[in-house]
Design a protein around this ligand. Structure first.
Ligand code: 0L1
Length: 258
């Protein structure tokens, strides 16, 4: 088994040199999710030591569309820092550091309280102080996005960048499960979905996250952003293109790539 520290260094090199690599897990050495989390924790420690600030968490592979496309049948959790915020850092800077970037439509939640325990589904709404439409830029450090569960966890769930629209209080948003989502590129619709694509209801992503954090003994502070996971398959990033997402009740958002 490749030691977690060596895998972390290899992923750093892949990111720095913009040179995707082959996956670590093989049929002879399948690795496991615990190993993936260990590598991800090393990445997070290194980034915060360099001054990046943790601003939230992201869930991935919450929709059947994404699970089937990526061949990983369960949700995954990664972290977000201020350096990934496209509005802080600028889309040009984030995209310049990627090699095979893709964009996907998301629903974002803002935490009203510290998330410090596993929260039952019927109390999840109490955790949320705002909901927004969002776009995530992902960039796998594995050639052609070919990875297994431990690999994608080690690679911080392919996180590269994100942007969030206007926050709306949860009580003013209708049923998120039936909210329609439209993703367009340069005005042409490429994917559609409903909120239920995310685990049956986007709020269940928060429930999943609360159990994950409780298992890790970790607290996510009030004010943090949570990306609930892509509603549809991702689309490749092209220089000069504009990516638009609209979700009923949450409004719309456009990301322009220079
Ligand atoms: O590279 C990937 O597709 C893994 C991250 C998935 C992000 C998501 O499903 O929201």
């Amino acid at each position: 088994m490749i030691p977690a520290g060596d895998a972390h260094q290899a992923l750093l090199a892949a990111r720095r040199d913009r040179q995707p690599r082959t996956r670590f897990s093989t049929s002879d050495d399948p690795l496991d999710a615990g190993w993936g989390h260990q590598v991800q924790a090393l990445d997070r420690k290194a980034r915060t030591a360099e001054g990046e600030v943790l601003v939230g968490m992201k869930l991935g592979l919450n929709s059947r569309a994404k699970q089937q496309t990526m061949g990983v049948p369960e949700p995954i959790v990664g972290f977000l820092t201020d350096a990934m915020d496209l509005d802080v850092r600028g889309a040009a800077a984030v995209v310049a550091g990627t090699t095979q970037a893709r964009v996907e439509p998301e629903i974002a939640f803002r935490l009203a309280v510290d998330l410090d325990r596993a929260v039952p589904v019927w109390r999840i709404g109490d955790l949320v102080d705002g909901v927004a439409v969002a776009l995530e830029v992902i960039d796998s450090r594995f050639v052609g996005y070919r990875f297994g569960l431990p690999d994608v966890l080690a690679d911080n769930t392919s996180a590269a960048g994100f942007t969030v629209g206007e926050w709306t209080p949860l009580r003013r948003v209708g049923d998120l499960a039936t909210a329609g989502c439209v993703l367009d590129v340069d005005g042409a619709v490429v994917h559609t979905a409903a909120g239920a694509a995310i685990l049956g209801h986007p709020l269940l992503a928060l429930s999943h996250l609360s159990r994950h954090l409780a298992a890790q003994g970790e607290v996510l502070p009030a004010g943090s952003v949570v990306l609930a996971g892509a509603l549809t398959d991702a689309v490749p990033v092209r220089p000069g293109a504009a990516y638009g997402v609209a979700v009923r009740g949450l409004g719309s958002l456009t990301l322009r790539i220079p």
